[in-house]
Design a protein around this ligand. Structure first.
Ligand code: G3I
Length: 344
């Protein structure tokens, strides 16, 4: 072989190894390239299981603990902090340069008995601020975003009557967000809820009014979470979703799709699967297309270990991987969209 040919081939190989061959890029690399936060909720055991680890590494640039950071798990008794699972997950993410999201401090579920038995405003504020400060100080600089408050509204858009509302009053939100900002000023702080995706519905409008009020009063909120637990049979209303995303943008708030899954009524048919693919695709197009969006986080990756059949009997098939942890057609459609191919 001529020296010039060898030189040419060496340069070509060098370029390929530096830039990566486009066809062989992992989904994660493609998401990174698009500046898309592409994430997944995980259980504590997922980051210890070699099969799951390779799925996470190849595909996602953000992890969120599905249950591990919830109060009942991370601090089951007032005096005992169960840090090990969370430490492990954070170290896993750091090693792979993945972002880590925290979920969640203020919620009406998955709290230990000593939270539900709080009585006075003073003791509730002391415990809540201690919880937020302790977790956020430990993971300062390692967890980039938190769902500070989760599901604080009723279906009609009014405040939910939770232990925090009862003991502290409506300003528990101010206290939670201000405490979080003080604990880690660089963390992005989110108000998260479900059934809040479409402008013009009572809950979404109540959610918008609440976020606007917090923002107007200078409470440190950076963004909102639209959970997006959807049903394949209900087509995504792009217009109402875009209107919602954009009105938060006008307030200077980021919008994250925080807990996406699209459940299908049994039995699965080709038609229902097509509806599901359509819903996932529309969300991805909006996440990639809107300037104050860009975060597409799913609630579980596999139909094999899903919260859906337990919570919604008669439904399933909600995730990207099937009962054998094999990627489904919806996985490949999302991969195509992330790679820049338009949804069909
Ligand atoms: O860990 C115990 C296990 O020891 C026991 O044998 C088993 C028996 O039922 O329960 C296990 O705990 C379950 C836990 O998930 C872990 O799998 C709880 O019963 C179960 O209630 C819990 O469900 C979680 C649910 O939040 C709690 O309301 C789901 O996994 C989790 O996906 C779900 O996540 C929420 C978000 O945080 C907020 N948005 C809605 C979303 C779906 O409900």
């Amino acid at each position: 072989m001529k020296r010039t040919t060898i030189l040419f081939l060496s340069i070509l190989l060098g370029i390929i190894s530096l830039t990566g061959c486009p066809g062989s890029r992992s989904v994660r690399e493609r998401a990174d390239k698009r500046n898309l936060t592409y994430g997944m909720s995980v259980q504590a055991g997922d980051v210890l299981d070699p099969d799951t680890i390779s799925i996470l590494e190849d595909n996602f640039n953000l992890l969120v603990p599905e249950n591990t950071m919830k109060w009942v798990n991370i601090r089951p008794t007032k005096g005992f902090w169960n840090w090990s699972d969370m430490d492990n997950m954070v170290a896993f993410a750091q090693k792979r340069k993945m972002r880590m999201k925290g979920h969640t401090f203020v919620w009406h579920q998955q709290n230990p008995p000593y939270v539900y038995s709080l009585k006075t405003r003073e003791e509730a504020i002391a415990l809540l601020t201690d919880q937020i400060t302790s977790v956020m100080t430990r993971y300062k600089g390692k967890i980039y975003e938190y769902d500070v408050c989760n599901e604080v509204l009723n279906e009609d858009g009014t405040m939910r009557d939770t232990i925090w509302y009862k003991t502290i009053g409506p300003d528990y939100l101010d206290i939670a967000f201000r405490t979080a900002r003080a604990a880690d000023p660089d963390a992005r702080l989110i108000l998260n809820d479900y059934s809040n995706e479409y402008a013009g519905t009572p809950k979404a409008d109540g959610f918008y009014a609440l976020a606007k009020d917090l923002k107007d009063r200078g409470v440190p909120i950076d963004g909102v979470g639209l959970q997006m637990h959807l049903m394949a049979q209900d087509p995504v209303s792009e217009e109402a979703l875009l209107e919602n995303v954009r009105r938060f943008g006008d307030l200077g708030l980021f919008v994250s799709f925080t807990e996406i899954d699209v459940r299908v009524a049994n039995p699965l048919t080709a038609e229902k699967e097509a509806e599901q693919i359509d819903a996932y695709s529309k969300l991805m197009e909006i996440a990639l297309g809107e300037k104050n969006a860009g975060s597409f986080i799913m609630w579980g990756f596999s139909d094999k270990r899903s919260w859906i059949p337990r919570a919604f009997p008669g439904f399933g098939f909600a995730h990207l991987y099937d009962q054998n942890d094999k990627p489904k057609p919806v996985y490949f459609r999302l991969k195509d969209i992330i790679s820049g191919k338009k949804a069909k």
